[in-house]
Design a protein around this ligand. Structure first.
Ligand code: FMN
Length: 159
């Protein structure tokens, strides 16, 4: 059995293959966005999803302020976008990658799916905030079919 260090835990959980999304929100500090893999559907009644964000993330602070965010599920052609939004906030620009929904929410252009959500509850999970949120609008991109995947610390593509 492996010792239960944080490194062992991280390595073990990296075997759980996920999709990749970018979460975007605006605050006094401007528009923020971060790449995430901690995203899950929670409930169909009421419609609920969750994301987990490190409290040190600028995007986390923006969501705490605005209580809403845009969720863009990335396609297999958007690894570069995933890398871009994983950079620290001062190192990345939002405008060139984003399109704005009529309600003002920013989304990643050409993402597989764009979901606008409102936060319904925030829970503390160690270093992270867990945002439980309600989808308010969904746009499916019919032109792209395959998601970007993340597995054992590397981006992967569906065959
Ligand atoms: C594939 C991938 C998945 C990630 N998933 C998460 C996540 O679920 N939650 C999180 O807090 N950070 C996650 N990160 C790290 C953030 O993207 C990174 O810390 C980013 O700099 C945060 O940006 P911000 O400070 O501008 O909000 C992930 C990074 C990568 C590359």
């Amino acid at each position: 059995m492996t010792d239960l260090t944080s490194d062992a835990f991280r390595k073990a959980m990296a075997h759980f293959a996920t999709g990749v999304a970018v979460v975007t929100a605006s605050s006094d500090e401007g528009e923020q966005g971060a790449t995430i893999s901690a995203l899950s559907s929670v409930s169909l009644d009421p419609l609920t999803l969750l994301i987990c964000l490190n409290r040190r993330s600028a995007t986390c602070r923006a969501i705490e302020q605005s209580q809403r965010f845009g969720l863009s599920i990335l396609s297999n052609e958007q690894e570069g976008i995933a890398r871009h939004f994983a950079m620290p906030s001062h190192a990345k620009s939002m405008d060139e990658h984003c399109v704005r929904h009529e309600d003002g929410t920013c989304f990643v252009r050409d993402a597989l799916v764009q979901i606008g959500v409102e936060v319904v509850e925030t829970l503390r999970g160690g270093t992270h905030e867990i945002f439980l949120a309600r989808p308010v609008h969904i746009t499916m991109n019919e032109d792209v079919e395959k998601p970007l995947l993340y597995y054992r610390g590397t981006f992967d593509l569906l065959a």
